[in-house]
Design a protein around this ligand. Structure first.
Ligand code: 1HN
Length: 351
């Protein structure tokens, strides 16, 4: 064995001596702090609904919605277990509410989206207005708005919750309060927000009721699907995305929430897409049809075969491409608005 290099010994001694003062040498970590390209600790993952659903139903036996406050199974990134997140910036979970149950009113600075996966007739109430849920509907809970959920129908209702929890944790900006009533008083008829803001029109003398968040908090599936179907018939099909639309805040033209963008896309029958990568990691909920996503990161190549109600995550800067023999519809969300606000968003479309 060679004798230790004097310079190396000198450095090790320096590190040990200054360590009590909480000093550490940048040159030992610089390459990891400023990587040549994103090297996400997240991995791609798929949750098959047929495997998850039995555990949701067992959770339905094990605890009431009221006792749990929110009866949710968190979709944790396999490489970030214990951190309650699906990517470094996003949270995802599947929430179950059974007939007759109420998930009590509260509010928090975290923004939430709901994407309805199974069942109809439950509601969520946001600032005094209810939205009734049907599969494929996209519903928003703006930051710091009172919200509660209830199920007055006769079957279980399950939805995907997407929240910006890890971002608010990063900024140490989380606040929360419980409501005094179990369910908030209904103060506006269902559909009032949609009537005001949902028709490419807006009230003359109204400020944005939810600040930077969309004033429409329910985007029904029927309308999104109709748009995609017409575009599939009439417009060129994108070689990477098929037919893909983003949901809008009608007052700004931007994403419905300041921290999360949402999308709905249709891959036509026989679609074999080109690969792409983007800095915003994205979470997908399969609405209809089946398909395959191929995800590559370094040496790791993964293939997920997905069907209705399955969920998967494509982390930052992983290369992905879609295939679908029968055609399919996919909902997704990501933290793209934050990347764009910071001027750091990148996307590469490969061929
Ligand atoms: C929350 O408020 C809901 O309102 C769902 O349904 C999931 C996860 C963490 C913190 C708050 C909801 C949540 C949550």
């Amino acid at each position: 064995m060679n004798a230790p290099h004097p310079a190396a010994m000198q450095r090790q001694q320096l590190y040990r001596d200054m360590d009590p003062l909480n000093l550490t040498p940048l040159w030992e970590v610089l390459h990891a702090l400023v990587p040549p390209q994103p090297a996400s600790p997240c991995v791609a993952a798929l949750w098959k609904y047929e495997q998850v659903r039995p555990f949701l139903m067992r959770a339905g036996d094990a605890i009431t919605a009221e006792e749990a406050v929110r009866r949710v199974l968190i979709l944790e990134n396999p490489a970030l277990r214990g951190q309650s997140c699906i990517t470094q910036s996003l949270y995802a979970g599947l929430q179950l509410i059974l007939p007759g149950e109420v998930a009590p009113s509260h509010r928090h600075t975290q923004s939430a989206l709901r994407f309805i996966v199974e069942g109809s007739g439950a509601y969520t109430a946001v600032d005094g207005e209810r939205a009734t849920m049907a599969p494929g509907d996209f519903i928003i809970t703006p930051s710091w708005t009172w919200h509660d959920h209830g199920n007055e129908a006769d079957g279980p209702v399950v939805w995907l919750d997407g929240l910006d929890i890890p971002m608010l944790r990063f900024f140490d900006a989380g606040f929360a309060e419980n409501g005094t009533a179990r369910s908030q008083t209904v103060s506006r008829p269902e559909g009032a927000s949609f009537a005001r803001y949902g028709h490419n029109m807006a009230p003359l003398r109204h400020d944005a009721p939810f600040g930077a968040t969309s004033p429409i908090f329910s985007y029904p599936y029927a309308r999104s699907r109709e748009a995609l179907e017409q575009l599939e018939r009439d417009a060129p099909i994108d070689s990477w995305d098929g037919v893909k639309l983003r949901y809008l805040n009608p007052l700004t033209g931007g994403a419905p929430m300041p921290t999360m963008a949402t999308y709905m896309q249709k891959l036509p029958a026989g679609f074999s897409g080109k690969p792409w990568r983007q800095t915003d990691g994205a979470v997908y909920s399969v609405v209809e049809g089946t398909g395959v996503v191929h995800i590559v990161q370094g040496e790791t190549v993964q293939r997920f075969d997905f069907g209705p109600r399955d969920h998967f995550v494509i982390p930052s800067w992983h290369t992905a491409r879609f295939e679908s023999a029968p055609g399919c519809v996919l909902f997704s969300y990501s933290d793209r608005p934050v990347h764009q606000a910071l001027g750091i968003h990148r996307e590469e479309r490969l061929s």
